[in-house]
Design a binder for this molecule. Structure first.
Ligand SMILES: [Zn+2]
Length: 508
């Protein structure tokens, strides 16, 4: 929640009043409770079509304070304390948090012990006093955070050769810490990571302190902007933190395995120019810092964790990947800082706004710096688009993830299939109007949450005409509409080898 003020002290008096009101209401048999106290605890959600039980109704989180204590072994659970500051948006007898895969030792609500139980992947907390709509509340959960997962439910800790990193997208932040695990509820984050000396811990945002105590060190970080739970990052390892300067003095900070520092440096040196390139396209970089976290792990993807994108080291050290391709993937994750991070999707069906734009700037960078024409890539995407829609659904109405699928909702329909929608828009309204849409989108929605309908509205307003039918066909059609300006583009039969090849293997 971007515009809510910072965490004031909770108001116990308001809650005492609620108890009286609840008692009075009993007499008239009217309940304003979201969940009646007598009903069994059940997992709740905010109604996301793709992940029905993610997030929870009844409150907005304004701040998370996460403390992790790492033993030095990435196969042992971390000890953790998660403190959540939230404002209720309904009267609540119970507070559902998303949390699974950790053991809960205790829960406090506004300093008082609270009862808790588990329902599905929710931690259901019952405070001694019910909460009123509009109350500020502070929930403290002492728990473990286990980096070892069953095969069929992976994430969000990633075990690296020398420690841990995090990859929570889309639906596994709550397998790390209790939270309201949906991008529609953004909040400020503070991190305290305690690790044995010799290890370095880094998280989103900028450092606020380092404290040595005996054989351990506690590293603290704070985000300067609201962030979705899916974008949290905590890195613990034998790392070196490298500093350089981006446009307008932006602090650029990379985290690399110390032993691979020299080999990675030529790639890291490219970031400031890539940020400057993105700024020329869409405007000022939206956060207080940026950099790459090079994880010594085989993830099969990269991830745009806010201010500190996660990359697998192999992408940079495996000679099979061409230089232009690696650079375009770097720009993909960088572009997400505007598209997906600063402007978050309101629901996971809006994912095409993240991935379509990140793919768009990835492809545009390759066109401008490596002579890889956008039109050729988009023509190929056009040829595959109907197949992608059949497999994964139209770009703005993706099919739910299949159980046990590693791809989840991250299919070609929301990558090149969605960049194709942006290409069609540029063809339809012209490059100048398209650029205005892009700049206005990130400026208007900075630090916020936006929907597909918001994008359609902005594009129509910018173009000076109603583009509703155009977007309806391109975003929701089972078949791909004709491409404006390219009547010769046709669906192509499936190639023998998947068209995804080099692309799609990387870049969430
Ligand atoms: Zn992406």
């Amino acid at each position: 929640m971007p515009h809510t003020p910072h965490s004031p002290t909770p108001r116990p008096r308001a809650r005492a009043r609620r108890r009286l009101r609840a008692a009075a209401l009993l007499a008239s048999a009217v309940s304003v409770c979201l969940v009646a106290a007598s009903a069994p605890p059940t997992p709740l959600g905010v109604g996301d079509r793709l992940f029905p039980q993610l997030g929870n109704p009844g409150y907005d989180v304004t701040a998370y304070d996460l403390s992790f204590t790492y033993s030095g072994s990435n196969s042992e659970p971390l000890r953790a304390v998660t403190t959540i500051e939230a404002r209720t948006t309904a009267d609540l007898d119970r507070i559902n948090l998303d949390f699974a895969h950790g053991k809960v030792d205790s829960v406090e609500v506004d300093g008082d012990p609270a009862a808790f139980t588990t329902a599905g992947e929710d931690l259901v907390v019952t405070p001694e006093d019910a909460l009123d709509e509009g109350d500020w509340t502070r929930i403290t959960v002492r728990h473990s955070s286990d980096p070892v997962y069953p095969e069929d439910r992976q994430g969000g800790w990633v075990r690296t050769a020398d420690g841990l990193a995090m990859a929570n997208q889309a639906d596994v932040a709550h397998l790390v810490f209790p939270c309201n695990d949906h991008p529609s509820d953004k909040a400020r984050f503070t991190f305290h990571i305690t690790a044995p000396d010799g290890l370095t811990a880094v998280a989103n945002g900028l450092p606020t302190g380092v404290e040595h105590t005996g054989p351990t060190t506690t590293w603290s970080y704070r985000t300067g902007h609201p962030m979705a739970t899916e974008l949290a990052q905590v890195s613990i390892g034998r790392s070196t933190v490298l500093h350089r300067t981006g446009p307008h003095g932006l602090p650029v900070r990379d985290v690399v395995p110390t032993e691979h520092r020299a080999a990675l440096e030529p790639w890291l040196a490219k970031t400031p120019d890539q940020i400057a390139w993105m700024e020329r396209k869409v405007g000022r970089y939206p956060f207080e810092t940026y950099g790459l976290l090079m994880a010594d792990a085989t993830t099969g993807f990269e991830l745009e964790t806010q201010t500190l994108s996660l990359f697998e080291r192999e992408l940079f050290t495996e000679p099979a990947y061409p230089k232009w391709y690696v650079e375009s993937i770097m720009v993909h994750e960088l572009a997400h800082q505007w598209f997906g991070n600063s402007v978050s999707p309101a629901t996971w069906s809006d994912l095409w706004l993240n991935e379509g734009h990140a793919t768009w700037y990835e492809a545009l960078y390759a066109e401008e710096t490596a002579d890889k024409p956008m039109a050729a890539r988009m023509k190929a995407a056009y040829g595959a688009s109907d197949r992608w829609r059949t497999a994964g659904g139209p770009p703005a109405a993706p099919k739910p993830p299949k159980n046990g699928s590693k791809t989840g909702i991250f299919r070609s329909n929301v990558y090149d299939g969605a960049a194709l929608v942006l290409y069609a828009l540029r063809q339809e309204i012209g490059p100048a109007a398209f650029d205005r849409v892009e700049r206005a989108w990130v400026a208007r929605n900075q630090d916020g949450v936006a929907t597909t309908a918001d994008f359609v509205r902005l594009a129509s307003e910018t173009a000076g005409r109603d583009l509703g039918d155009f977007f309806q066909a391109w975003l929701y059609g089972e078949k791909t509409p004709p491409m404006p300006g390219h009547p010769d583009w046709k669906q192509a039969p499936a190639a023998k080898t998947p068209a995804k090849a080099a692309h799609g293997a990387h870049g969430e």
